[in-house]
Design a protein around this ligand. Sequence first.
Ligand code: NOJ
Length: 562
Amino acid sequence: MSIRTRWYKDAVIYQIYPRSFCDGNGDGIGDIKGIISKLDYIASLGVNAVWLSPCYKSPNDDNGYDISDYRDIMDEFGTLDDWKEMVKGMHARGIKLIMDLVVNHTSDEHEWFKEAKKGKDNPFRDYYIWRKGRGKNGKKPPNNWTSRFGGTAWEYDEASEEWYLHLFTKKQPDLNWDNPKVRKEVGDLVKYWLDLGVDGFRCDVITYISKVEGLPSGKFALGAVGDENFTHGPNIHQYLHELNQNVLSKYDCMTVGEAAGVTIEQGLLYTAEDRDELDTVFMFEHVEADTYFRLLPRKFDLRKLKRIQAKWQNGLRGRGWNSLYYENHDQPRSLPRFTGDFGELRAQSAKMLAVSYQFLQGTPYVYQGQEIGMSNYPFKSLDEMRDVMVSYVRGALGKFEPIMRPLILKVLKKRARDHARTPMQWANAKNAGFSTAEPWIAVNPNYQFGINVKEQNAEGADSILNFYRQVIAYRKDNDIVKLGAYQDYLMKSKDIYCYERAYRGERILVICNFKNKEVKFKMPNAIPFNSVELKLHNYGYDRKQPETTMLRPYEAMVFLLK
Ligand code: NOJ
């Protein structure tokens, strides 16, 4: 019997990437003391939960997504006592904490892996996935799977003459979930954190944990060979159900699974309430509205975004629950990604984006800095990037790297994960107020031009930050937003996103102009109403009703219709 409530359905969740949030001890790296110093700020946004990217002990090959001790805190971030103080402070402010659960792989510096490397007879050997190589001397990887970061997904171990699997860097060996001892370990560590007061988990690449027996080679695919043999693998539902029944269901916690490439039907298999696996998933389709093959940049296509949102809004209605987001630590900033060149209109465009997704059905996430309109960093060279994915791709290209460099830079100027990882901009002060020391990654110079918390706090209702607060306050405890049916209009428009949410005779109408130009808006005939109230407007409250009109560049409005 599950004791879980569905509190996440009323939540707005703020994501913290600890390395880049706030440096409390002056070493140029964000940490837990820094987070503690900003708890009042987080509470002031009106959010009621935080998703904290990994803060566990880690050699930091992939900024904490490579864990060497699941039960302790990364040295650079502080101590377990700091962490406890942080959770206490969050809970005192009515904020729940969702930790990252990274259990598809560990760090190669985890004790289990150190043991496993000692030899084929070691009791931990089978915690990981080892195979003999192909070819005469077994010097060819066991299959053709590629790491998500480029190159083969296998690393050769001279001592045992076997290869181990790593779907990410070679310092992130994949755990063998088919081993019941591994599943027990995961259950135990999940329990450990729940007992310490954690309220849920964001489950990192959780769809990869079960691999097809025999690990067959995959069919050719751009940048992701083998996918069909480890995504939504054969035993995944059994393993997640087991974790749920043994541990999660005994706590009032929530889970959200990272699920790249997930379809609605697969999503429902993970999240349908009677299946007792996960609560929600992050789908990725909408953040591919500006890419080919999930990878190569192309012009953002609003119609594609709208089609995908409609599909998920209607597809999960009454059956599952959406996770709503534009940004996270793996995605470039939504400005200018979804807005194009916003020129002088940063505030209007950032506010418009907020309106465009916060009134959908689901649990919305706000990624640190999104609420002040932080935008992509003006990278000029690959050497400025800190992401292991960049060095990995460059390494995998070998002697072709110099020829490919301009092309990679061109792609990464749009797509780099580091865009989201530049330090949070707290003030127009040295290093944007993030740290007194040189930060581990460059600070976006635009903190000097009003893109910082301090100035936006002082700016009053007009700032992006204060607009986010209004949006969050309005959506919170609002039954129309929580429960209303979704209906979109003007689906053919390349410029306007217009949708309504209807519940018990009341409706919210959302109108967003995604373009940096005036666009004609014609009220759809299907929207009759007796009375109308303008609830939010990114240009100030000067419209009375949603009349047929010219929308200003990036204009966004929310009306309550009765
Ligand atoms: C997904 C995480 O969000 C990303 O940052 C990380 O590199 C990979 N999983 C590997 O853990």
